[in-house]
Design a binder for this molecule. Sequence first.
Ligand SMILES: [Zn+2]
Length: 137
Amino acid sequence: MPKQSPIPDAMDKPFWDACNEGRLVIQNCKACNLMQHPPQRDCNSCGSGANLEWKQVSGRGKIYTYGVVYDSPVALLQADQPYNVAIIQLAEDHEVNMLSHLPGVPLDEVPVGATVQVIFEPTQATGQKVPEWKVVS
Ligand SMILES: [Zn+2]
């Protein structure tokens, strides 16, 4: 399904550039040894931006839970309603979550607990690639 095109800014550009290269990178604070997503200026834990780095991760995760969207406020997504929205827990850190429409999974038949692998899909407006997730088991 079509997706919104993010407009990268100075802070999250490394994340989006990596997506275009087929790599998933997550912000990590070297002082706290904690990952966070979505990208932010400062570490959620210590409040400093000085120790943030970009860490490449495996792109593996698990489906934590999901919902079905019947009435999206986003016009671009309304043509595909209803659709799945799953919460993905990253393999490296279950506290780090990303959302997915789980392409290929029938509506409301999301296999909670299944392993997923990141893929990258280009968006219509700019061609910027965005992360999506596919069930692998
Ligand atoms: Zn920190």
